[in-house]
Design a protein around this ligand. Structure first.
Ligand code: NAD
Ligand code: MG
Length: 362
């Protein structure tokens, strides 16, 4: 008996098609005969003709209703990605998730929607894709903890004093990954790793104290899982988002990509070091918001989006980003999340608080 090949097409809706993840996803879809792009959306750039159905801005769930895709690849940046995440999870449509902000802001709602919908939530974030693969088919009781790696960003090793005057150009110069501007700033503040800790908590239903973060400047090991017997499984490869994008879109097939394999015939060093949470306050703030739960991660995320915007426009300094987030968390107290309205309201209040704190810092 030969192997049975599934010839079914996967019909994909790509949200955020003009972004860094979106463009790399188009390359993966183009290179794979069984992946069919049925719908595409962007925030503001025209995308006529990119897919049979396209939409620029507006309510992305309208596009998804028309397209009825098999897979939604959510590569929108920021809280704007939330309705699409909930749409897919509620309906049991496979969700390939790059938009971590939606899971951070509404993790409890998203996991409840996934339980009802019964579809798959496949992370595109490289650390979570790595952890998912290290965890696949393993008994949860054998797991000790997850380890998320961080490159450390362009300011690794610097003191607070050395960060007072850094500007957007300095922060946008990421050493190992080429990404959109918002996540690049989040990588410089380490808020990206903070958002990822909260993302991992929801994706893997794992307590915060079992999620470690370690700085690994080469970005070769993307994620690891420690088991209670002392074994540590690691996922390694060149830093190239086409690998986790392809993994999520072709799951469980693990189809070929044009990404080169890691060359082990040349010298390769892998360094690991602890995070300096005193300097990179955002990671500590994210852990605090995660532990507080309820609307706190939503407030953290919203305030961060406002602060990053203000920093990119030159209105506040680099260290003010953490200060603005901390102020918003203090001004908008955490409440348990029972509805989407409550999350939308917390997001609005956090944005107002952050704008106030940002104006005071400017
Ligand atoms: P980007 O800024 O390059 O692209 C963002 C995309 O979202 C664009 O297509 C933009 O038009 C679209 N968009 C923005 N607002 C929208 C709205 N209201 N409605 C519809 N579309 C909207 O960002 P990116 O770097 O591709 O990141 C996208 C997401 O993936 C983010 O959540 C980011 O954290 C996550 N992510 C990115 C990377 C990476 O390597 N770039 C890695 C891991 C996770
Ligand atoms: Mg990541």
């Amino acid at each position: 008996m030969g192997f049975v090949h599934s010839v079914a097409m996967k019909r994909i809706a790509l949200l955020g098609a003009t972004g860094s993840i979106g463009r790399q996803a188009l390359e993966i879809i183009d290179g794979h005969p069984r992946l069919e792009l049925v719908a595409a959306a962007s925030g503001s750039q025209p995308i006529d003709g990119l897919a049979p159905l396209t939409q620029v801005g507006g309510d992305l769930t309208e596009l998804l209703e028309r397209a009825q895709p098999d897979v939604v690849l959510n590569a929108v940046v920021g809280f704007a990605g939330l309705p699409a995440t909930l749409w897919a999870l509620e309906r049991g449509v496979d969700l390939a998730l790059a938009n971590k902000e939606s899971l951070v802001a509404a993790g409890d709602l998203a996991t409840a929607a996934q339980r009802r919908g019964g579809g798959r939530l496949l992370p595109v974030d490289s650390e979570h894709s790595a952890a998912y693969q290290c965890l696949e088919e393993r008994r949860p009781e054998g797991v000790h903890s997850l380890v998320l790696t961080a490159s450390g960003g362009p300011f690794r090793g610097r003191s607070r004093e050395e960060l007072t005057d850094v500007g957007p150009e300095d922060a946008l110069a990421h050493p190992t990954w080429s990404m959109g501007p918002k996540i690049t700033i989040d990588s410089a503040t380490l808020m990206n790793k903070g958002l990822e800790v909260i993302e991992a908590h929801h994706l893997f239903a794992i307590p915060y104290d079992a999620i470690e973060v370690v700085v690994h400047p080469q970005s070769i090991v993307h994620g690891m899982v420690r088991f209670r017997d002392g074994a540590l499984l690691a996922h390694a490869g060149l830093p190239d988002m086409r690998v986790p994008i392809s993994w999520a879109l072709t799951h469980p097939g693990r189809e070929a990509t044009s990404v080169p394999a890691l060359d082990l015939t040349r010298p390769l060093s892998l360094d690991f070091e602890p995070v300096d949470v005193e300097t990179f306050r955002c990671l500590a703030l994210a852990r605090e918001a995660g532990a507080a739960g309820g609307t706190a991660p939503c407030v953290l995320n919203a305030a961060n989006e406002v602060a990053v915007g203000a920093f990119l426009e030159g209105r506040i300094g680099f260290l003010d980003i953490a200060a603005v987030v901390e102020e918003a968390l203090a001004r908008v107290p955490a409440e348990p999340v029972e509805s989407l309205e409550q999350v939308l309201d917390a997001d609005r209040r956090a944005r107002a608080a952050a704008a106030g704190a940002g104006a005071a810092a400017a």
